[in-house]
Design a protein around this ligand. Structure first.
Ligand SMILES: *Cc1c(COP(=O)(O)O)cnc(C)c1O
Length: 408
């Protein structure tokens, strides 16, 4: 298997089961009318993955459109400055459109095309998944409709304009808090109404089965490449892999290839926002006073909710981590103690963003800066011959206004 080529993991996993469960988590909590569409999707997905022509087309576009494989960069100055583990960065920031989201959008759009569905609906919060969906829809000649909360549209005007330039229709959502969770509700509603002609292009390792599995598999190219690259570069596997966790797609994409390497520690970093104590964060695994198993947007996982089960408002400086639930496979990996979850606050992420910018000439996305913050905390505690791999999920250009505001 070449690094830029096939991307199906070579090892076996026992999850999800036939019904889409990862232990106690996952499943399909959707209106009855969507079940046949989800069943069709499972079949089409399995057929596509077993078809060398589909795999070949995906591998070709990953290489010649997205620019894969993305490199691994040794963060030499940062590592020396911290005086502990050697830190390597997986450079998803260098993928087309500046983040890992394109990996999944490309896979799903090819699947939509294969299923003969020319109409794509997507949801977006900050606009990153909307831009990735609009991009691949333009590439493949699909009609793209993106639901976006009107509050988010005002906050993320450049991304709204990007989507429109790419030929997508952006539909403002005025219900609820007018942000991501409301946009997801509307996208699901659209899909229920237009299910025969429409493909729902979901942006993270969330939603009803088979989405968490499909998104994981399309993102697993990150870890498969990185595992091979680390073996080439350092002659061994990293001791620790670190990734930020919003819905969980870049993290599961990195972790998946290392899952059977029991000596490799897997660490997910959630958004600690203003700190755990005040409840203004999106650390679903850190604050069990307001987060517990529940159902949101078609899947069972940890959900931040009040005593009545109402979804809590979350906070993070990074829009991509600002969501009340988390992918079901992360809940499972945590329960199995195969992966560990921690958090970084807004302030720690901002500091990490500046540190990486100054020491390595790389401005990370605020989401990715949460993973970098954990690396900065942890590296000095590890011996100098240990190796840390950090997923740099995206570049920071999109966050400049937020950063300027926060540093003013
Ligand atoms: C959307 C986004 C994330 C968070 O999403 P996951 O599904 O958890 O990966 C992280 N980093 C960047 C750059 C993003 O755009």
């Amino acid at each position: 298997m070449t690094q830029s080529g096939g991307y199906i993991p070579t090892h076996t996993t026992n999850v999800p089961d036939e019904r889409g469960y990862y232990g106690d988590f996952g499943g399909r909590y959707v209106p009855e009318t969507l079940i046949p569409a989800l069943d069709d999707l499972v079949i089409a997905y399995r057929e596509a993955m077993a078809d060398p022509a589909f795999q070949g087309r995906l591998a070709d576009l990953q290489k010649n459109y997205t620019g894969r494989p993305t490199p691994i960069t040794y963060a030499e100055r940062l590592s020396e400055h911290l005086g502990g583990a050697r830190i390597y960065l997986k450079r998803e920031d260098l993928a087309h459109t500046g983040a890992h989201k394109i990996n999944n959008a490309l896979g799903q759009a090819l699947l939509a095309q294969r299923m003969g569905k020319r109409r794509v609906v997507a949801e977006t919060g900050a606009g990153q998944h909307g831009v990735a969906s609009a991009t691949v829809s333009a590439l493949l000649g699909l009609e793209c409709h993106v639901y976006m909360g009107s509050v988010d549209m005002a906050r993320q005007e450049p991304n709204v304009f990007r989507m429109k330039l790419l030929g997508a229709e952006v539909i403002p959502v005025e219900s609820g808090s007018k942000t991501l969770k409301d946009a997801i509700n509307e996208a699901i509603r659209d899909w229920v109404t237009n299910v025969n002609a429409t493909f729902y292009l979901l942006g993270s390792a969330l939603g009803p089965h088979p989405y968490p599995m499909m998104v994981r598999d399309f993102q697993s190219v990150i870890g498969i490449e990185a595992r091979g690259q680390m073996l080439d570069r350092t002659g061994r596997l990293p001791d620790v892999c670190i990734a930020c966790v919003g819905g969980g797609s870049n993290a599961i994409g990195l972790f998946h290839a290392f899952r059977d390497d029991e000596q490799v520690e897997l660490i997910g970093v959630e958004a600690g926002g203003h700190g755990i104590a005040g409840g203004e964060h999106a650390a679903r695994f850190a604050d069990l006073s307001i987060s517990r198993p529940g159902v949101l947007h078609g899947t069972r996982s940890f959900v931040m909710q009040n005593a009545d089960g109402q979804i809590m408002n979350t906070h993070s400086i990074s829009a991509g981590l600002d969501y009340a639930s988390v992918g079901p496979e992360h809940a499972y990996l945590r329960q199995q103690e195969r992966a560990y979850y921690t958090f970084a606050t807004d302030e720690e992420a901002l500091t990490a963003l500046q540190t990486l910018s100054r020491m390595e000439g790389i401005i990370p996305a605020l989401e990715s800066a949460h993973a970098v913050a954990e690396a900065i905390k942890r590296a000095p505690t590890l011996p100098k011959d240990s190796i840390m791999l950090v997923n740099l999920s995206g570049r920071g250009d999109k966050d400049l206004n937020t950063v300027i505001g926060a540093l003013a």
